[in-house]
Design a protein around this ligand. Structure first.
Ligand SMILES: *Cc1c(COP(=O)(O)O)cnc(C)c1O
Length: 404
């Protein structure tokens, strides 16, 4: 809860929204919910998001690097965490000791993980990744039989434990079973091949945010939800009642009255058509306000939507305030939940010709994150202890399926 009025430029993160969105996701599935906190929690702050989500129905955390996974552990969070984007020669040994589970998309990755398990003195918990049609990451169906055979050997040698088999969907944001059908059937085939090789993965996972809402047949044992946790509706044309968690706000720092015909910002793309008031806002593309959005973008200024005048520059942009009585210190809401007339992150994504993910993760390091709305449940999370420095890596602090 904030004690003081928020001043200056701030990305205000509503943890009650994170809590609500996590509960909504959990209510749409019988599977466990893994909350994806990669890229610093999609720009919202990895640790606060993780705590709020774990207190509201999530049981797993997902990240794309060992560094992020260690940050989870360093914050004292003992929940299971899966890290899934590595070089085969990354240093997996400390991760194994910290009970971090790792994805393996190739034989080289498995070899690197197995070598690290030898150094770590215990088996690595591994999630084998099959590429079912995204062509981005994971073993191809052709390479899969060899991968699972190798994994079975390493499991027998006590170097790994195959906890999961997983894949990622390419079209889940489009409703209708046809958009996941071929990937779903390749996935169930891959699981069967893994089982035939003697593996017994208890976590099969395929669904992202969109599939959690739109494709229940993809849920299996675990869903991996990212963007929906942050309050962005993931399925094209459908609203499930998610609440955007981030409000990006700033303040007017300078005001000037100008005559008609005044060119504003670089190259004077914008020329005033009447006498007007220009308000200067100390946020720019270095802070993640997309330059490309300039010609279409507007912000909430003094409770009124006003257009951005001219090009968004690196550190600042100008708002055409018209005849509004604006003064330095007046609040500017760049985006928020949209409930007070401010734009949403989805509006900015459209204006900039990109997706909400890029806007949220692009909000720069100069913008301080502040938190409010700590959900009641979150305060019941036991004060986390540091995980033991070393424990049998095959048995990280996981209670598979125990929560639902
Ligand atoms: C980012 C990511 C997710 C989360 O996807 P959303 O569409 O944001 O829910 C899930 N799985 C993988 C492998 C990812 O990289």
């Amino acid at each position: 809860m904030l004690n003081a009025r928020v001043t200056g430029t701030t990305a205000l993160v509503d943890l009650a929204a994170i809590a609500h969105n996590t509960r909504l996701l959990a209510a749409h599935t019988r599977a466990q919910v893994l909350v994806v906190v990669k890229a610093d929690g999609f720009g919202h702050g990895l640790v606060p998001v993780a705590r709020a989500a774990l207190a509201n129905g999530a049981t797993w955390l997902g990240v794309t690097s060992l560094a992020e996974a260690h940050a989870v552990r360093e914050a004292g969070l003992t929940a299971p965490v899966l890290s899934w984007l590595h070089h085969p020669e990354d240093d997996f040994a400390p991760a194994i000791r910290a009970g971090i589970e790792v994805a393996a998309p190739s034989r080289d990755h498995l070899a690197g993980i197995a070598a690290a398990a030898t150094r770590a003195g215990g088996p690595a918990a591994v999630h084998l990744k099959i590429d079912t049609g995204m062509a981005r990451n994971g073993a191809t169906p052709d390479d899969w039989p060899e991968l699972v055979t190798f994994a079975a050997k390493l499991e027998e040698a006590g170097l790994i434990r195959v906890r999961g088999v997983w894949s990622h969907l390419a079209h889940a944001d489009l409703p209708g079973p046809v958009n996941v059908a071929s990937q779903l059937s390749r996935f169930t085939d891959a699981v069967a091949v893994a089982r035939a090789a003697g593996l017994d993965p208890d976590l099969r996972h395929l669904a992202n945010s969109a599939a959690t809402f739109a494709h229940p047949d993809t849920h299996f044992d675990l869903v991996r939800a990212g963007i929906a946790v942050y309050g962005v509706e993931p399925v094209e044309g459908v609203s499930y009642g998610l609440v955007p968690a981030m409000t990006l706000r700033s303040e007017v720092i300078m005001v000037r009255r100008v005559p008609a015909g005044t060119g504003v910002s670089y190259r004077h793309d914008y020329v005033t058509d009447r006498p007007t008031t220009l308000a200067l806002v100390p946020l720019g593309f270095a802070d993640g306000v997309p330059r490309a959005a300039g010609p279409r973008a507007s912000v909430l200024l003094g409770g009124v939507r006003r257009p951005i005048a001219g090009r968004i520059t690196m550190d600042q942009f100008v708002v055409d305030a018209g005849d509004l009585p604006v003064r330095p210190g007046d609040e500017v809401v760049v985006f928020g939940p949209g409930t007070a007339g401010e734009p949403t992150v989805s509006d900015w994504a459209i204006w900039a010709g990109t997706n909400e993910h890029e806007i949220l993760t692009g909000i720069g390091g100069r913008v301080p994150r502040r938190y409010r709305g700590t959900p009641a449940a979150a305060s019941r999370v036991p004060r986390a202890r540091r995980p033991p420095r070393q424990h049998g890596a095959g048995a990280p602090a996981v209670d598979p399926g125990g929560q639902r």
